[in-house]
Ligand binder design. Structure first.
Ligand code: SF4
Length: 404
């Protein structure tokens, strides 16, 4: 039965919502040449958020939700009983331009199920980006999902037209990938990431454009028994080996007619949130995976408190720290002190011995830092050993409203 574009859009935009790796921060500023269309701002495409809190760029679609593969956690797997649809290259181009001209979107996030072969699928996606850029002078943001098994040449071509490329790792452990996505090959995923990383670095050196907003990936959490510590260890490796811009964490959503190998319940969304906080500590605060994991139990992050506070409570011997003499690394471990506040503190203490009110002026979130910081006029030494400290710093459980 012939489907209208609107019908396909309903199916393929809905199918794309499971992919979290759609944010576009880091896009280059680009303005269309005369006769072209579109522009990106320095801070990248605007994002919207679905009701469950996932980040969605406004035209986030699949080229098709047909797929040759049968990954157990995926709604689009070949054995899934969902409505299928497929866009042609021209349909995606027309939709993108149409939405863009009506000011609905700032760009395109395009992913796809695998049809015919990885090469064929990657070529179709690359053609969408090439047509938009070359034939229509489209200067908006383009994020393409890379198909790991596609030929290196196609991946390279795609990177010439896309702002960001992402290769989804999906699961942190090879064993789980083999069990839940047996047709996927972790070596192809790593090799595609490695190739992207090299091309991006080369292009930067040669001052030419190749996926200028870098590459990202997504990991599903809660579909297997992998611990948060193992997830973060994989992320740390991805950041250091492939210089990934972002790892996105997506809490597993139970799907209809799921494999018995999958849990029946989604993990708490709070887990996803704690992983993002921990990821932030890894990337910007110099925490190691071991330090973060030490704040939780059995390799899992503490769901009730954020990982930085969890670390400080488990390492009370390191606190309180003196704001007037502690090094940057230690100040960054004080709950409530952000990296900008720490830099301001270090600059200010060269001029004067800081008092509590000076620090309060430099940092917005000092309430929690009270116990962990010493200033010229504040010494909370006895508080740090209190047995009830954790409870005093943990927000009380809140009865949810029926409609929250
Ligand atoms: S290859 Fe991608 S689209 Fe196909 S079943 Fe696996 S995760 Fe889903």
């Amino acid at each position: 039965m012939a489907q209208s574009s609107l019908d396909k859009l309903r199916i393929l935009a809905d199918a794309a919502k499971y992919d979290a790796s759609c944010a576009s921060s880091g896009a280059e500023k680009r303005i269309a040449k005369p006769g072209g269309i579109g522009s990106t701002t320095g801070s990248g495409i605007c994002h919207s958020y679905t009701p469950d809190g996932r980040c969605v760029s406004l035209l986030k679609i699949l080229l098709t939700n047909y797929c040759l593969f049968d990954c157990a956690y995926c709604i689009n797997r070949r054995s899934s009983n969902v409505r299928r649809a497929r866009f042609s290259v021209d349909e995606v181009v027309d939709l993108t331009l149409g939405f863009y001209k009506r000011n609905y979107i700032e760009g395109l996030f395009l992913s796809s199920g695998i049809i015919r072969s990885p090469d064929y699928t990657m070529e179709q996606m690359m053609l969408v980006a090439r047509k938009l850029r070359r034939d229509h002078g489209f200067a908006g943001y383009i994020h393409l999902k890379a198909i790991p098994e596609a030929s290196p040449w196609l991946l390279e071509q795609a990177g010439l037209f896309a702002d960001r490329m992402s290769v989804n790792i999906e699961l942190a452990s090879d064993v789980s990938l083999k069990r839940l996505a047996p047709e996927k090959d972790s070596r192809s995923i790593s090799s595609a990431m490695g190739q992207m990383s090299e091309r991006i670095a080369e292009a930067r050196e040669e001052r030419r454009s190749f996926a200028p907003a870098g590459q990202s990936t997504q990991m599903i959490v809660g579909a297997d028994e992998t611990t948060d510590e193992a997830v973060l260890r994989t992320s740390a490796t991805l950041y250091s080996e492939y210089r990934l811009k972002r790892v996105y964490y997506s809490a597993f959503s139970p799907i209809p007619e799921a494999s018995p190998n999958l849990p029946v319940k989604a993990p708490p969304l709070r887990r996803e949130n704690r992983l993002y906080q921990a990821d932030w500590l890894l990337r910007f605060y110099g925490f190691t995976v071991e330090e973060i994991a030490a704040g939780g139990e059995g390799g899992m992050l503490d769901l009730r408190i954020d990982p930085k506070l969890a670390y400080a409570l488990k390492h009370r011997e390191r606190f309180p720290v003196d704001v007037n003499s502690a090094d940057r690394e230690l100040l960054l471990r004080v709950p409530g002190l952000g990296s900008r506040a720490v830099d301001k503190i270090i600059a200010s203490r060269r001029q004067t011995r800081l008092r509590w009110e000076d620090v309060a002026r430099l940092s917005g979130g000092l309430r929690r830092a009270r116990v962990f910081l010493v200033t010229a006029d504040h010494h909370p030494a006895r508080l740090i050993d209190r047995a009830d400290l954790r409870d005093r710093l943990t927000p009380p459980a809140r009865q949810l409203n029926l409609f929250e």
